[in-house]
Ligand binder design. Sequence first.
Ligand code: URA
Length: 256
Amino acid sequence: MTDERVVPMRLQRFLARAGVASRRGSENLMTAGRVRVNGVVVTELGSKVDPLVDVVEVDGRAVHIADEPTYLVLNKPAGYLTTMSDPYGRPCVSSLVPVDEHPGLFPVGRLDMDTTGLLLFTTDGDAAQEMLHPSHHVDKHYVALVTGVPTEGELDVLRAGVVLDDGPCQPAEVELLGTAERGARVGLRIFEGRKHQVKRMLDAIGHPVLELHRDAFGPISDPGLPEGSWRPLTQEEIHSVRSLVNRAAPARSSRA
Ligand code: URA
């Protein structure tokens, strides 16, 4: 096997790859003086480390880059916050995924508390940050149960790029899937991830969302995954997720 290490690498990149935090979060840890390299506090954001040689600690605990980052997908039920902990003790997605076996696991983006469906998790903070970056346009597909039955003219407004209070949306792929007892089901593929975006888009055309489910995140979909269950991504899925953001294989360390 070829040695895919990038040596030396920026400390914030090392921390993100080790799953400590996103790259920006890692920079905050550094500037807060919480990161030591070989026993010395490092706050300089340009600092580099050799993952095989240097001893990196955050708050006094050694951190390492695992051989392979973990990627998994959860079918999130309604009633869970997309966060790893909540000061008010509300149910969090962290209780549904194997955080003990995979420290540093965190969700890629978020679903509202009442939204169900696919939520990706990874220990690779770098990849997560890049997947969420607007320039990468990772597409997400949703099925919304809405009040009333939207006309094709109303759906065309979403296809053209509806204007919301924080600016115009990119054109969405939208189709009426059928009528339902309480309204209609609409399928939407969007290429951004703004807060409450799908609900706001459908509000804007006069058809508020009653229920929202995400059935695809980029190349990942799994209609057979039971609600509340997770599974690791296959090697093929990891490859397609990583190629979405044009990332090479992760750095490797013999000190996993
Ligand atoms: N759009 C929303 O409005 N809510 C979600 O949870 C996801 C996308």
